[in-house]
Design a protein around this ligand. Structure first.
Ligand code: ZN
Length: 167
């Protein structure tokens, strides 16, 4: 073999190894990015939920779940209908110039957690208040889709314990 042939052959081997290791590096990067994305999504959802528990008593546009997800708690020992929607008084945020009475759907406030419906975390079995989420996922001439979820905030995340929808 002359030196050019040898050189090309060596280079081929080196680059093949480098390609394999670079591809494997990319695969770990993709997996890290997807992990970070899911962490960001999880944090965004928790922030949205907490903000909802503070502010959903007065939803943007005046309709629960219409332009942004609506969050509240469920009152203990009552039938499961809209009148069960409650907020924890100490958790709601009332901005200057606002009154609770301004809410269009008779927001009910409770003073302590013992008045809320609870359920067990599927992961750790700890009992905590159910968080009710209501949101119009689709709004189209062909049909609307409203989703209803019962959530628990536990174990550093949101756990969906019940899911339903209607047109
Ligand atoms: Zn838990």
């Amino acid at each position: 073999m002359n030196s050019t042939t040898e050189h090309i052959k060596d280079l081929g081997d080196i680059l093949k190894a480098e390609l394999t290791s670079t591809e494997s590096f990319k695969a770990s990067m993709v997996s890290i990015i997807s992990e970070v994305d899911s962490k960001i999504k999880n944090l965004k959802n928790i922030v949205e939920l907490i903000n909802g528990l503070k502010r959903s008593w007065k939803p943007y546009g005046g309709r629960a779940g219409k332009s942004e997800p609506f969050y509240c708690f469920l009152k203990k020992d009552t039938a499961k209908n809209e009148s069960d929607w409650v907020f924890l008084r100490d958790l709601v945020e009332i901005k200057e110039g606002e009154r609770l009475g301004d809410s269009i759907y008779g927001v009910l406030m409770v003073d302590d957690e013992s008045q809320l419906t609870t359920d067990r975390c599927p992961k750790c079995q700890k009992e905590s208040p159910i968080i009710y989420r209501y949101f119009q996922e689709y709004d189209s001439p062909g049909g609307d889709l409203w989703s209803i979820k019962h959530l628990l905030l536990c174990c550093n995340g949101i756990h969906t314990i019940k899911e339903d929808s209607h047109d």
